[in-house]
Design a protein. Structure first.
Length: 485
């Protein structure tokens, strides 16, 4: 995950200097429309493969055939609808880009079964390799190469398509599957019983996470969307990578604990605590360091991104937190209450983003953060109810993260204020800020681990130490927190 995040940051730095904001805005509009293919393309059949306890060959054939058929049909519909979408947003170039990008979800449907089987087998290294290699080839080689050739927005289109092809190839090499088509009614009924609700929930989530782009593109135009998009991406990148790890690792693991309530409760409590330890300090530091991050990553001409990024960064904790709850409630099969809560999310985003659009992209960002906060509340209360945990359990799980955040962010804030007053360059401010953060965090973890990490954080520290010891040829015993606490 760290390698992928570092490489993505490097590619963003390069593309931001090769392209203009309008290029990002045009492609973002095309991606909003074509993304629907990915949602309906698999129709929840692939998550059902992971969640289901027993699989037969008929389930695999049915999942592949159904997901690919849905993707092709809806891709064709988007192809036909592309001129109307372009006219709706008033940007003719969107039509041709939609036609090209409609192929990417079909490629992902082709790779969906090996992806599901690798997750089910908990072969996370292969999945991570596919993510990294596809991004390196797609964006690092093709996207940057096309940008250097002066192809503008088409650089991003080419990068997305090549990434999808390479991702599928790497997954098939890791888990070869026979793509013999076939639809079995009983198998389809088994998979749709779980997958149909998940598909609706994913559609709701997609509209919610792209609804602000639709509002900005329609109300404020492609240049404003080109500024808003990178701000949202910088906020969402850590959350999405974290969620990918949580989804990939925890979903199949929790699905195996559906009949063990005590261990389920311990798993969710641990997820809440570890999410807070990552997201709370990250949220505060992103708000503080947003000006320097934009200057270093995107460059001086993107300073219009700073204000919306600071507002959106305030929602990073809510975004990471609700994703952890989503993984939990989906893994235990609590689909109906999850779908009911998910249905309100896009309505919140669209209405609050539209309300905020009168104040520009910063107002849209504020509306999105408000929607994130409400959605986080809905899903966290559901997770607590399913896990049979109390509000006190929630507070106790978050207490160490609050202490760690306060102890590390305050010295960082004082240091950054002094560096800005001395007119230290942006990269220098980031480097200087890292010193008090690292020193304070290390000192507290060594001398007061129970206060700033809690039982769950101490477990994670021991687990990481065990990974390092294994790499060095030694073995440690990692003790987990008591499931009955």
């Amino acid at each position: 995950m760290a390698a992928e995040m570092a490489f993505q940051a490097a590619v963003i730095m390069i593309l931001a200097r090769l392209l203009v904001p309008a290029d990002f805005g045009i492609v973002s509009i095309a991606l909003v429309a074509t993304g629907f293919v990915g949602i309906f393309g698999e129709f929840g059949l692939i998550p059902a493969l992971i969640q289901r306890e027993r699989l037969e060959p008929a389930h695999l054939r049915t999942a592949f055939t159904g997901s690919l058929a849905f993707a092709v049909l809806i891709g064709a519909a988007l192809w036909i609808a592309s001129p109307w979408v372009a006219r709706f947003f008033g940007i003719p170039a969107v039509a041709s880009m939609m036609c090209a990008l409609a192929l990417a979800p079909c490629l992902r449907a082709w790779a969906s079964v090996p992806s599901a089987m690798l997750q089910r087998a908990m072969r996370f290294r292969d999945i991570s390799l596919a993510n990294v290699v596809s991004y390196v080839v797609g964006f690092g080689v093709v996207g940057v190469g096309m940008g250097l050739a002066g192809l503008g927005a088409w650089s991003l289109v080419g990068a997305h398509l090549v990434q999808a092809v390479v991702y599928g190839v790497v997954l098939h090499l890791a888990w070869p599957v026979s793509h013999r088509p076939g639809l079995d009614r009983a198998a389809l009924r088994d998979l749709l019983g779980y997958g149909g609700g998940i598909s609706f929930a994913r559609l709701s989530n997609y509209v919610a996470t792209r609804g602000d782009n639709m509002v900005v593109g329609y109300a404020l135009g492609p240049t404003a969307l080109g500024l808003y998009g990178p701000a949202y991406h910088l906020m969402a990148l850590p959350a999405d990578l974290f969620q990918r790890v949580v989804q990939t690792v925890l979903f199949p693991a929790i699905a195996r604990l559906q009949t063990e309530p005590a261990r389920l409760a311990a798993a969710y409590r641990r997820g809440l605590a570890l999410t807070a330890l990552v997201a709370l300090p990250g949220t505060l530091l992103a708000i503080l360091l947003a000006p320097e991050m934009v200057d270093v990553v995107l460059g001086p001409r993107w300073r219009g991104v700073v204000a919306p990024l600071q507002v959106l960064a305030a929602g990073m904790f809510f975004r990471v937190g609700y994703k952890t709850s989503v993984v939990f409630v989906k893994a235990v099969g609590a689909v109906r209450p999850f779908v009911l809560r998910q249905a309100a999310y896009p309505l919140l985003v669209l209405s609050l983003a539209w309300l905020g659009s009168g104040w520009g992209i910063t107002g849209v960002a504020a509306g999105v953060v408000a929607a994130l906060a409400v959605h986080y509340l809905f899903l966290t209360t559901l997770g607590l109810r399913v896990a049979r945990l109390t509000t006190r359990d929630y507070v106790v799980a978050h207490r160490p993260a609050l202490l760690l955040s306060a102890a590390t962010v305050l010295p960082a804030w004082l240091t950054v204020m002094a560096a800005r007053a001395a007119q230290v360059p942006a990269w220098g401010c980031l480097a200087i800020a890292a010193v008090p953060i690292a020193v304070t965090a290390a000192a507290l973890i060594v001398w007061r681990p129970s206060a700033v990490l809690g039982a769950e954080g101490i477990w994670l520290r021991h687990a990481l130490a065990d990974v390092v010891s294994r790499a060095l040829g030694r073995r440690r015993i990692v003790t987990a927190p008591d499931a009955g606490r």
